[in-house]
Design a protein around this ligand. Structure first.
Ligand code: BT5
Length: 322
């Protein structure tokens, strides 16, 4: 099956964007024209855009933008992050796979990435919409020697790395909404989910889940008002593998800086991209809702909120409305 596909792709590659007739393809592959049509359909399923014109045959208009191991490794400019890759076509959730990997000895900087998640998740029990071939659905495994209370900082470090990678690859200017959202024009393009395997005073592994809407052209009704993609905002498709490479490069740099020099400089970068600081916000936490002014974040990544009575609250996790 795969060799037929390779032969077909080779034939198209030789034709260099020109039409190849169904007859010629049938001869090259040694099968019927009906069989060719079936192979063409399966390429379409994989994300190839193929044009079929009577009497001329077929030609490839665009190739799918895949996030396979090779696609990510070729051109990757990191020392260690993302050198070990588990690339899946479809999985319930890359977080789940990463948690499984974290039970065994794993190489620091291993990533799990999938073309599609069938049960992608956000915080608590929320769902994360992860349709095939359109986004970056990835989990990064790290093993920093740190106490667990430092973990929320990893959401912030990751957010800075992603914002800068998006700026670099697309020229767009995203904003961070504390704690774990990245927005473009007020709509969510990225969610980050930082999870731990730890005991009371030591992190064993940290699993950073990254979901980025890259090439979706539309969203289901329930997300239409709140979500967008890089392609929608930029008006053209964006290479997912290139963006993954840039995120890994930035994240490796910031992670190393953080482990050597601490959070101070990264906090400054974070504040530069942050949307809510200095503004009136509503924060919905699991224990209740608070209104007030967002003063800033602490060294630990905790949000300081000044309410109407003048009391300052420490908020560890919440949904923010501005
Ligand atoms: C998040 O949660 O924003 C964290 C999302 C993390 C997803 C990644 S993908 C790779 C890895 N594997 C996983 O299974 N998860 C991680 P939260 O702040 O709780 O936001 C969830 C809410 O965002 C949902 O309740 C929806 O309202 C909205 N939402 C769901 N899918 C979305 C999408 N594709 N784009 C924008 N918003 C979405």
């Amino acid at each position: 099956q795969s060799s037929v596909k390779q032969q077909l792709l080779e034939a198209f590659s030789k034709a260099d964007g020109e039409f190849v007739s169904g007859q010629a393809l049938a001869e090259i592959l040694g099968c019927s024209r009906t069989a060719i049509w079936k192979h063409i359909e399966s390429l379409r399923q994989e994300g190839f855009e193929l044009e079929a014109v009577r009497k001329k045959g077929y030609r490839i208009l665009t190739k799918p933008d895949k996030v396979t191991e090779n696609e990510i490794l070729i051109g990757l400019q990191t020392e260690w992050l993302g050198k070990e890759i588990l690339a899946l076509d479809s999985t319930p959730s890359t977080q789940k796979e990463a948690h499984r990997l974290a039970q065994e000895p794993f190489k620091e900087g291993t990533i799990v990435i999938a073309e599609e998640q069938t049960a992608g998740r956000g915080r608590m029990t929320r769902a994360w919409h992860s349709p095939k071939y359109t986004g970056i659905w990835m989990s990064v495994l790290l093993r920093p020697s740190l106490p667990p209370y430092k973990a929320p900082q990893f959401t912030l470090i990751t957010a800075v790395a992603i914002v800068e990678a998006i700026m670099e690859v697309t020229g767009l200017q995203p904003e961070i909404k504390w704690p774990n959202d990245i927005l473009l024009n007020g709509k969510k393009i990225t969610g980050i989910l930082t999870e731990l395997q730890a005991d009371a005073d030591q992190i064993h592994s940290i699993i950073i889940g990254i979901g980025i809407n890259v090439n979706q052209k539309e969203f289901p009704d329930e997300l239409k008002e709140i979500a967008t993609s890089l392609a929608i905002e930029k008006g053209e498709a964006v290479s997912r593998s290139q963006l993954v490479q840039e995120i890994l490069k930035k994240l490796e740099g910031y992670y190393e800086e953080y482990m050597k020099e601490g959070f101070a400089n990264i906090k400054k970068c974070w504040e530069k991209y942050a949307l809510s600081i200095g503004k009136k916000i509503t924060a919905r936490t699991v224990t209740g809702t608070l209104h007030g002014k967002a003063l800033g974040i602490t060294e630990e990544g905790v949000l300081k909120l000044l309410d109407e009575e003048g009391t300052i609250h420490d908020i560890y996790s919440a949904d923010i409305e501005i």
